[in-house]
Design a protein around this ligand. Structure first.
Ligand code: MN
Length: 507
């Protein structure tokens, strides 16, 4: 049982594809349409081979009529493997023929504005060439109808052989994979909410309508039943795996705490597997029947791709699950996070991010230590946890909040920095960052935007992926970055309030 713990990846990208649709019309004759198809196949194959693009882009068809477009869109809707469409008008494709199809499409789409040839063939260009290569205006006609229909989509412009175009396509595909994951995210909310906490609550019904993920409540006893079924032998085997995987003293390795932590991990796995959950929350106040707050188990489950939110934070748990799908195969890692405490220093104030226990070792610098210490709150036994530092480099903090009438995604770009000194007495994983544009403006903006104290912290994803994700979701995105100015930021929040009030039902 224990040996198989890490064998199944939580998402298999090979199961998913993007369909490339190329718009045209019948005016040009069969020869040109054949060339259009040949070019589209060549482009889809070249893009699929790009290291920036995580899944196959399969050429689907050259479409030349309203009926054909509707048919493809309906097939895309019904396909389990198709997670989105990329559309490109090689020639002119009168866009009224796209209305029925786009109206029925319920998968994300990106509009690739490119053309087959890179340069104008100065000495050879003639009217045949002009007939065949009309993306420059064909894509504008398509863009008009998509905008006229208020369709959320990403417009990617540039030549398909350029790296920056491929990076943009790959980024959007990751966002579409995250969106697909959101539709299939099931959050187990164990022990409800930390008492009286506001930001971790919210409208779960609206979240399911808007994002697709579901949240189901359980008592801690429902998990305790699974923990109680774990034998000492099974728990001891898992402790051996801990010893192989982490730095651990002999004292910790032979402690009752670590054995109990392993029992909790196996019970938690069994509980999540039985219910088909890929994300969960718990809370230190509601642990009836469970000896310790799950620490190392939660950390290890996050590292495998489970979403997690502490204190009942189902929004962060669901968001982390989507982020874990989006960051699959990328370097850096992503974790549940909390702004914990500040280092105010003239000119370079910093934030120490941590949690009581539950930081994902995917962001760890080197091999984590496994330690057992008291928790100081909650009144339970001393929990086992992994402790580590995090390497320097760019990262983002992301918060999904419920504003009552809609959801908002908030991002702060940060730079992870090395601690000035070691933190020998701090018994939790931690990361120190310099928020953009600086701590004061970042905190002013974050707090004014209603950002939560819990976030998804990611060294693997950038703002662009989340921007594409928010566009697909049709949800507000607000970014605090190096250019953010507090006065302008406040204005933006006010304008957005009006915008989302007016367009809520169109998005
Ligand atoms: Mn917390």
């Amino acid at each position: 049982m224990v040996k198989n713990l890490r064998k199944e990846p939580m998402i298999d990208f090979k199961k998913y594809q993007i369909w490339l649709l190329t718009g045209s019309q019948h005016l040009y004759g069969a020869d040109i349409l054949k060339n259009v198809e040949r070019h589209a196949i060549e482009i889809s194959q070249a893009l699929t081979l790009s290291p920036h693009i995580p899944i196959s882009i399969n050429f689907h068809s050259v479409v030349t009529s309203s009926e054909q477009i509707l048919d493809v869109c309906q097939k895309a809707n019904n396909s389990n493997g198709c997670i989105g469409l990329i559309v490109w008008m090689h020639t002119f494709s009168p866009a009224k023929m796209w209305i029925r199809g786009l109206d029925s499409l319920n998968k994300p789409f990106a509009h690739l504005h490119t053309q087959y040839n890179m340069e104008i063939p100065w000495s050879d260009i003639d009217m045949d060439f002009m007939n065949e290569n009309q993306s420059a205006h064909g894509d504008r006609e398509f863009g008009y109808i998509a905008t006229r229909m208020r369709k959320n989509r990403k417009v990617i412009a540039g030549h398909w052989q350029e790296d920056n175009v491929r990076i943009q396509i790959g980024t959007w595909i990751r966002a579409a994979l995250g969106w697909h994951a959101f539709q299939n995210t099931r959050v187990a909310r164990i022990g409800d909410n930390m008492r009286e906490v506001a930001v971790t609550e919210g409208d779960k019904v609206e979240a399911q309508i808007r994002f697709g993920f579901s949240v189901t409540g359980f008592g801690s006893g429902d998990l305790a039943v699974h923990i109680d079924r774990v034998s000492d032998k099974q728990a001891a085997e898992l402790v051996t795996l801990y010893q192989e995987s982490y730095h651990m003293t002999a004292e910790v390795g032979s402690s009752r705490s670590i054995l109990e932590a392993a029992r909790i991990e196996l019970g938690l796995r069994s509980f999540l597997k039985q219910g088909g959950f890929n994300a969960f929350t718990d809370t230190f106040e509601n642990l009836h029947g469970i000896e310790q707050l799950p620490g190392i188990s939660t950390q290890r489950l996050m590292a495998e791709g489970y979403g997690f939110g502490a204190e009942g934070d189902w929004k962060t748990a669901a968001l982390l699950r989507a982020v874990k799908v989006m960051d699959t195969g990328l370097a850096g890692g992503s974790s549940f996070m909390e702004d914990y405490t500040y280092h105010f220093k003239q000119g370079k104030s910093l934030v120490l991010g941590a949690h009581m226990l539950e930081i994902c070792p995917s962001i760890a610098s080197g091999k984590p230590k496994c330690e057992v210490h008291p928790l100081s709150i909650g009144g339970k036994a001393d929990p086992a946890r992994l402790t580590f530092d995090v390497d320097e480099g760019p990262a983002i903090n992301v918060s999904l909040i419920d504003l009552g009438n809609r959801f908002r995604i908030l991002i702060n770009e940060v730079e992870v920095v090395k601690p000035e000194q070691p933190l020998p007495k701090l018994p939790v994983a931690r990361v120190l960052w310099d928020p953009k544009p600086n701590l004061v403006t970042s905190a002013q903006c974050w707090i004014t935007a209603g950002g939560a104290h819990h976030t998804v912290f990611s060294k693997a994803l950038n703002t662009q992926i989340l921007e594409d994700f928010a566009e697909i979701a049709g949800v507000e995105l607000v970014v605090i970055d190096g250019n953010t100015n507090y006065r302008e930021f406040k204005d933006r929040l006010k304008w957005n309030e009006v915008y989302y009030h007016l367009f809520q039902n169109r998005l």
